[in-house]
Design a protein around this ligand. Sequence first.
Ligand code: IMP
Ligand code: MG
Length: 181
Amino acid sequence: MNYEDTLGKIMYDEETIAKRVAELGAQISADYERDYPGEELLCITILKGGAVFASDLLRRLTVDARIDFMAVSSYGSSTKSSGVVRINKDLDTDIEGKNVLIVEDIIDSGLTLHYLIETLWYRGPKSIKICTFLNKPARRRVDLPVDYIGFDIENRFIVGYGLDYDEKYRNLPYITCLDEE
Ligand code: IMP
Ligand code: MG
């Protein structure tokens, strides 16, 4: 079986993704220049999915931007988020007094980030904002303020551009979904 057979149509191609990432980078840079002039911006990316988007976004930021990574896993089964998160890899950076921008691939129930943000606030950052490339608003189970969104999408299982199904398809340069037929 050709592994492309299990995928649906391309939802966002490379050109569309690049254009939206550039727009987000410009908007984020303008906002931080206005609200926190001259201050550094620490982007925190959640591994692994967020890494592809983050590396593109970082190159579109014109402020003094840094990057650090975290790896988390949620307790419970892999398909059902329990809202309790274990930190498998913590930040190298002390975030006290810093402006933090969390860079995510996709927000689904919102439980992972909801928990993570609570943990990060305890470390005394100056600000925390959230940027996600994809957002599934219909699936949200907690109130989560999302500051920057690439695209709002319907409830499909998305792969490509860093997003995986069982670790597969992260390498696709476009966004598509699993074919549910
Ligand atoms: P949440 O806690 O339900 O918001 O879970 C978000 C995480 O689940 C994301 O960071 C992804 O790693 C994963 N996820 C949620 N929806 C999808 C999807 O459609 N495709 C691939 N991964 C997804
Ligand atoms: Mg993720």
